[in-house]
Design a protein around this ligand. Structure first.
Ligand code: HEM
Length: 326
């Protein structure tokens, strides 16, 4: 885990538990097939911590942080010998009504800060360093919307794990000791149909989400005809243990283009937990009773990554194949 001296020193790269922020950039890139592109990426990942320091120290109160996640394809190219037990590409999901696509991505950079200019500056320098060997496939700038609401008007993030539950839910443990401390990361960029949402009366919206809209109180939907988003996203294993994930969703949008979205990002100790949430949302429980949030929210992307710890990342990139070009 990272040190918590966040007002004195910049935040270590790969700190999954870095504070939630007012601003974030979600940057997904692919890496060209040649060895020199891979070598360049490895050298930049090796200096990620310094890059965070260079920008972060300019305003410690800005709390700049960055987490890099790697897709399965890139991981295999690194020739590390081992890989996190569950790491695989995002599996597309086909429900009867709604589907979730799987889209490309070798690297995810989750950049957070209190100030949008710090996220911007970090991304600018990062992309400059990465150079022509990477192609940006998705870039989203998110913002905190009043009291952590999504653009549908509901407070988003309340049920996130806290304290000791945070690492227990979000970070790999002894079950995969070589990768302990790392985290599976799943992202999906959603666009909302705001006109359709506005036509749904507030009490129905509340039944869809599973919380009241104004004051964010959980609604017991045990006897409801359809499960809410909150209940479909609640996962229990065979022994009745609940499995949480850490979410840091951000709204984004361009009202002038009628673009209103939620960038979903979930960190989990176990990839299967997020996969099960998605199955329940898209296929439904019971099958057919899918998440009605999806009637007004359409995923444009879907990609899975693994965010190694800082030392793990160093070892990985140092052992990667050498470049043959100067
Ligand atoms: C359009 C995209 C989404 C929106 C707007 C959204 C919004 C919300 C809101 C408002 C809540 C209730 C407050 C809270 O506890 O945070 C919630 C809960 C939750 N969501 Fe989502 N969500 C989205 C997508 C997803 C996806 C794709 C997943 C998982 C794959 C997910 C997993 C969860 C979980 C685990 C909870 C907490 C359930 C609980 O234990 O109470 N959400 N979401």
């Amino acid at each position: 885990m990272s040190g918590k001296n966040w007002d004195r020193v910049p935040i270590d790269a790969q700190s999954v538990d870095a504070p939630l922020s007012q601003s974030a950039i979600f940057l997904v890139v692919t890496v060209a097939a040649d060895r020199s592109a891979l070598a360049k990426v490895c050298s930049v990942l090796g200096e990620l911590d310094d890059l965070v320091k260079n920008v972060g120290f300019r305003d410690l109160g800005g709390r700049l942080s960055c987490i890099a996640g790697m897709g399965r394809g890139l991981w295999d190219r690194l020739d590390a010998g081992k890989r996190p037990a569950e790491l695989k590409p995002f599996a597309p999901i086909k429900g009867a009504v709604h589907s979730a696509p799987s889209t490309p991505g070798d690297l995810l950079f989750h950049i957070r800060a209190e100030r949008p200019d710090m996220c911007f500056e970090f991304e600018r320098i990062l992309l400059d360093r990465l150079g022509a060997g990477v192609t940006v496939v998705d870039e989203v700038t998110g913002f905190r919307y009043f009291d952590a609401r999504d653009l549908l008007g509901f407070v988003d993030g309340t049920a996130n794990p806290t304290g000791l539950d945070l690492p227990a839910s979000a970070l790999v443990g002894d079950e995969d000791a070589d990768f302990a401390g790392g985290s599976y990361v799943v992202v999906q960029k959603y666009l909302h149909d705001m006109q359709a949402w506005a036509r749904i009366p507030t009490h129905e919206q509340e039944a869809i989400i599973g919380r009241t809209k104004i004051d964010n109180i959980e609604i017991d939907d045990d006897d409801a005809p359809r499960k809410s988003h909150k209940s479909l996203a609640t996962i229990e294993d065979a022994d009745g243990n609940e499995h949480d994930i850490l979410r840091d969703n951000m709204p984004f949008g361009r009202p002038g283009q009628n673009e209103f979205g939620t960038y979903f990002i979930g960190y989990s100790r176990y990839l299967w937990v997020i996969e099960k949430m998605l199955q329940r949302m898209y296929v439904g429980d019971p099958p057919g009773a899918y998440d009605r949030l999806l009637d007004v929210s359409t995923p444009q992307t879907g990609t899975t990554f693994f965010a190694p710890t800082r030392p793990m990342l160093q070892t990985l990139v140092q052992g990667a194949p050498e470049s043959t070009t100067p």
